[in-house]
Write a protein that binds this ligand. Structure first.
Ligand SMILES: Cc1cc2nc3c(=O)[nH]c(=O)nc-3n(C[C@H](O)[C@H](O)[C@H](O)COP(=O)(O)OP(=O)(O)OC[C@H]3O[C@@H](n4cnc5c(N)ncnc54)[C@H](O)[C@@H]3O)c2cc1C
Ligand code: SF4
Length: 316
């Protein structure tokens, strides 16, 4: 690990000011950032520890939803009785990820901003445009079974690995942000970005933007919510493909550089298409890169199964 300085933030305003310094980074649970620092992928010169800020509560909102403070842990959110009963898709997504020990440390804000698991991103001996803009993309002709099938460019075919973010996308969550210019709110669909020709940028978060919370709108009926995840082994593995259904909303995970809102499938369902036909419509523009070609069929089948399950359970 390269040398760095460290400070513990005492206030949201102080954290944002400290993080505006060149080379500074926030650290929350540290379960992703520290691994990346050890692998020499991330090289912050100053860490701003936000772990003790008062952002660890889950509260009711006046509109009938819930607000998750950015420092709520994944275990806390998945175990909260209000989340379990009103937002089962979110609890299921979180519990499908990582391990209990990791979920005890991992935070809501950090989970959203975790970086891709593309193997070449972690291997500093290989070219990677995300790590080093202009270097090339080793995944294009390499081990790309986990790569994107939607919205990718030849600059980067990496996927966003978070399970939680997929459920939050289907739930139309809003992300609260604080910067030196003050507070703002971003729909979750506008937080992460597609790679275009600048894959080094994962999100459209403003410089030194601190996520302070995530707001869940009032929930769709619980029986119309489900999270399904396909992975190489039954636990402790990132998704090959995942799907979240929340009411009429559908989102796919591990298929693109960002959690993928399946707008075509949603429109097709509204027009009366079957779950299978709706997913076929969604994946019309999908493209494989060799070893990940199987993900197109997998996404179609997993999505259709999830839609079937919520259809049956809601008595449709
Ligand atoms: C072995 C292993 C298996 C895993 N399996 C899964 C899985 O199956 N599914 C899954 O979804 N995840 C999985 N994870 C990832 C895990 O969920 C993330 O590492 C974790 O959620 C990150 O949260 P954190 O608080 O530790 O973030 P940190 O590591 O502290 O930070 C991550 C990033 O977010 C930034 N950041 C943190 N908090 C804020 C904030 N409030 N505002 C702005 N920026 C912030 C940091 O600067 C950093 O860039 C796995 C991780 C490991 C190590
Ligand atoms: S897919 Fe993206 S993260 Fe992976 S090697 Fe290519 S540029 Fe890097």
């Amino acid at each position: 690990v390269r040398p760095f300085t460290y400070e513990r933030a005492q206030s949201v305003e102080g954290a944002v000011e400290a993080a505006a310094r060149p080379g500074a980074r926030y650290i929350a649970g540290g379960t992703n950032l520290l691994d990346l620092m050890k692998a020499d992928v991330e090289r912050p010169t100053h860490l701003v520890d936000v772990g003790r800020l008062p952002l660890g509560e889950i509260t009711e909102t006046p509109e009938g939803g819930l607000r998750l403070g950015a420092l709520t842990t994944n275990s806390q959110v998945a175990g909260d009785p209000r989340v379990r009963s009103r937002y089962p898709v979110l609890a299921q997504a979180i519990l499908a990820g990582a391990t209990q020990q990791l979920r005890n440390k991992a935070t809501t804000g950090g989970n959203l901003l975790q970086r891709t698991r593309c193997p070449y991103f972690y291997d500093v001996s290989k070219p990677c445009n995300k790590r080093e803009p202009g270097a090339g993309c080793a995944a294009l002709g390499g081990l790309n079974q986990s790569a994107a099938i939607l919205g990718a460019t030849d600059a980067c075919i990496a996927t966003h690995p978070s399970d939680m973010a997929v459920a939050l996308t289907a739930l139309d969550a809003r992300v609260e942000i604080f910067t030196t210019a003050g507070a703002s709110v971003l729909p979750i669909g506008d937080l992460h970005r597609l790679p275009g020709d600048a894959p080094e940028r994962d999100t459209d978060l403003p410089t030194a933007g601190l996520i302070t919370g995530v707001v869940l709108p009032p929930p769709p009926p619980p029986e119309r919510q489900i999270y399904r995840k396909a992975r190489e082994r039954a636990s402790y593995a990132f998704a090959l493909v995942s799907v979240a259904v929340a009411g009429d909303a559908v989102a796919l995970g591990s298929v693109a550089h960002k959690p993928w809102r399946a707008a075509r499938a949603e429109a097709a369902r509204t027009a009366g298409a079957s779950p299978a036909d709706a997913m076929t419509a969604e994946l019309e523009t999908a493209r494989g890169y060799g070893r990940n070609d199987f993900k197109i069929k997998l996404a179609a089948r997993l999505g259709a199964a999830a839609l079937e399950a919520t259809k049956k359970e809601s008595g449709e």
